[in-house]
Design a protein around this ligand. Structure first.
Ligand SMILES: NCCC[C@H](NC(=O)CCC(=O)O)C(=O)O
Ligand SMILES: NC(=O)OP(=O)(O)O
Length: 312
């Protein structure tokens, strides 16, 4: 594999899940593979899990890591072609990506959407510019429209915790105070569409995700109806896609509670706002998988890096 930027880069999700589980059992099995190889992690946005689990994955493979908070610490990067750079940006991605490529063997990038410029976000300007101008493989650590390390992690977590062949999985929108990206929801949808699960989405009117992504997946506007007989409930907030980036007037009743999910396992990518997205009783209860999900981020990233290293 060259780059890992999208759930579609997973050629066979079931075999990837089995390979990741094997890494989890024996994390240091490929400790020689990444010897003398360096992973650069570039963050345009905040992170706890991605930053640490991706580094941990690299360390398990014997790689070195270098990390930079690009937004705070680097020169402002220009992404438009032919711009007269007399504003706030000080260097072009053409130079920046080429330069960073000389210091490492793989570049991992986090770059969230603007949520104001739908075209720019859809075109994945930051991620695609790095793919275009870097000379080393690129890993997506959450871009404008997708979070494929998270989506793959969630597939692993469901596979580990399912108690029936074809469980029912519900992705439920949940309330939030801020406008949040669609990336986690999108990649979860795309991962579930590849799995042998009964998958439905629940969200209020006005909050449908991009129909090019949800495709034939059933969408309910009645949360209770969607949650009926669920085995896994994955909660996530996202802003409106149609009224791009807007927080519409919505019902706080969409918060996840024990009463709503019954015996279902609860999932969230984290960070999560307690008693806004989900009640304490759920996160503190025995059906919450959120800590286990975060652990699986390491092995999802490790498998991705392993496949890239094997192809260098
Ligand atoms: N990487 C996991 C989620 C990142 C981001 N959440 C956030 O920005 C939450 C921020 C807050 O709660 O203030 C998102 O939804 O895409
Ligand atoms: N789930 C996730 O990507 O977490 P961070 O934003 O903390 O990296």
């Amino acid at each position: 594999m060259k780059n890992y930027t999208h759930i579609n880069d997973i050629d066979n999700i079931n075999s990837w899940i089995e390979e990741a589980k094997a890494l989890k059992k024996n994390p240091l099995q490929d400790i020689e593979l990444g010897k003398n190889k360096t992973l650069a992690l570039l963050f345009f946005n905040a992170s706890l899990r991605t930053r640490l689990s991706t580094q941990k994955a690299a360390l398990n493979l014997g790689m070195d890591t270098i990390v930079m908070n690009v937004s705070g610490d680097a020169w402002g990067i220009e992404f438009e072609d032919g711009t007269v750079m007399n504003g706030t940006t000080a260097e072009h991605v053409k130079e920046a990506a080429a330069v960073v490529s000389q210091y490492c063997d793989v570049i991992a990038i986090r770059a969230f959407p603007t949520l104001t410029d739908k075209e720019r976000d859809k075109n994945e300007v930051v991620l695609n510019s790095f793919i275009k101008y870097a000379s080393v493989p690129i890993v997506n650590m959450e871009s404008a429209t997708s979070h494929p390390l998270q989506g793959f992690t969630d597939a692993i977590s469901i596979s580990e915790n399912k108690t029936k062949k074809k469980p029912k999985v519900v992705l439920s929108w949940a309330p939030h105070i801020k406008a949040l990206p669609h990336a986690v929801g999108n990649s979860f949808v795309q991962a579930m569409q590849k799995m042998d699960v009964e998958f439905v989405i629940a969200n209020p009117e006005g909050y449908n995700l991009d129909p090019k992504i949800t495709k034939e997946t059933p969408i309910y506007h009645n949360q209770e109806e969607a949650l009926k007989d669920a085995d896994f409930v994955y909660a996530k907030n996202w802003s409106s896609y149609d009224e791009y980036g807007k927080v519409l007037k919505t019902d706080l009743d969409w918060m996840i509670t024990n009463k709503k999910i019954g015996d279902a396992k609860f999932m969230h990518c984290l960070p999560v706002r307690r008693n806004v997205v989900v009640a304490d009783e759920v996160l503190d209860g025995e059906n919450s998988l959120v800590i286990e999900q975060s652990n699986n981020r390491t092995f999802a990233a490790q498998l991705v890096l392993k496949k890239i290293l094997e192809n260098l």
